[in-house]
Design a protein around this ligand. Structure first.
Ligand code: G3H
Ligand code: 13P
Ligand code: ZN
Length: 307
């Protein structure tokens, strides 16, 4: 099946109140793990690439891996740019075969965010490409963008932003953050705000970044075998389900993939100290990614059997 845009995926997800997983990829095992899960679950899926990941793997490698992945695939797949910082990178990936881009002008003042988003929308739409934008800021680091604190999305501003830019989906800030340390105390998201945004923007797909759950088992395994990941906390699964009920159609997951790999590598390297065939390490890591993604599709995102 050829690559597709998120249009139809999101329309269906919005209507039936489930979400599409957008998983960050950087190498072959990650692509394979996610795609095996999506095929078995018959779930639509978004493969997303950050600027850092694109630099790490190389644009052509990414495209060739994804081409290989979709060659015999029976599920809809979107290739999406995660956190594009400016017009140029969005243009490069649109010209290079991506079907969806995120222009992240969230670090700019409102008017400047509108201006840069509009310029990407104009170019992307000429090429049949979907545009996700962001309003409000997530605390933490995303490539070159660092925000000390969350700046939650203002519902009225969200309406004006969508109307004036013509962006196709909007990432909102309601209390999540990137990485493995999302909450200092009890996890809390501003669902009232999310509900307000959805009321003001009916039938409009919203996006939740920083949506990894940071599974306890990965942290325990990593730490049992030499890791030092202390105080990690993610978004509880029930909150992700609730977000999907309130207009969130795309749920971004990167950290949980990183943790699946790290926990598995630490354990396998520890269990088999004489082993030095990388396939014996990366194979189990790929399996751990697949199991985690499959679990999410089936029990959290509810995207199984929706392809
Ligand atoms: O938004 C952040 C994603 O986890 C991508 O992270 O920029 O380190 O590849 P990265
Ligand atoms: P996590 O760090 O919670 O996995 O979020 C990833 C993300 O939002 C990518 O854009
Ligand atoms: Zn993000």
């Amino acid at each position: 099946m050829p690559l597709t845009t998120p249009k139809e995926m999101f329309e269906k997800a919005y209507m039936d109140k489930y979400a599409i997983g957008a998983f960050n990829v950087t190498n072959m095992e990650i692509v394979q793990g996610i795609m095996e899960a999506a095929e078995e679950e018959k779930s639509p899926v978004i493969l997303q690439i950050s600027a850092g990941a694109r630099k790490y793997a190389g644009h052509n490698y990414i495209i060739k891996m994804v081409e290989a992945a979709i060659e015999n695939s029976n599920v809809p797949v979107v290739l999406h740019l995660d956190h594009g910082v400016d017009f140029n990178i969005c243009k490069e990936v649109i010209d290079g075969g991506f079907t969806s881009v995120m222009i992240d002008g969230s670090h700019f003042p409102f008017e400047k965010n509108i201006e840069v988003t509009k310029s990407v929308v104009e170019y992307a739409h000429q090429h049949g490409v979907w545009v996700e934008a962001e309003l409000g800021q997530l605390a933490g680091i995303e490539d070159d963008v660092f925000a000390e604190q969350n700046v939650f999305t203002e519902p009225d501003q969200a309406v004006e932003f969508v109307e004036r830019t013509g962006c196709n989906s909007l990432a909102v800030a309601i209390g999540t953050s990137h990485g493995a340390y999302k909450f200092k105390s009890e996890p809390k998201l501003d669902f009232e705000r999310l509900e307000k945004i959805t009321q003001l923007l009916p039938n409009y797909p919203l996006v939740l970044h920083g949506a990894s759950s940071v599974p306890e088992e990965f942290i325990k395994t990593a730490n049992n075998f030499g890791g030092q990941i202390a105080g990690a906390k993610g978004v509880p699964e029930f909150m992700l389900k609730k977000a999907a009920q309130l207009g969130v159609c795309k749920i971004n997951i990167d950290t949980d993939i990183r943790l699946a790999i790290t926990a598995t590598l630490r354990k396998v390297l520890n269990d088999f100290p004489a082993e030095f065939d990388p396939r014996k390490f990366f194979g189990p890591a790929r399996q751990a990614i697949k199991d985690m993604v499959q679990y999410k599709m089936r029990f959290v995102l509810d995207s199984s059997n929706k392809a």
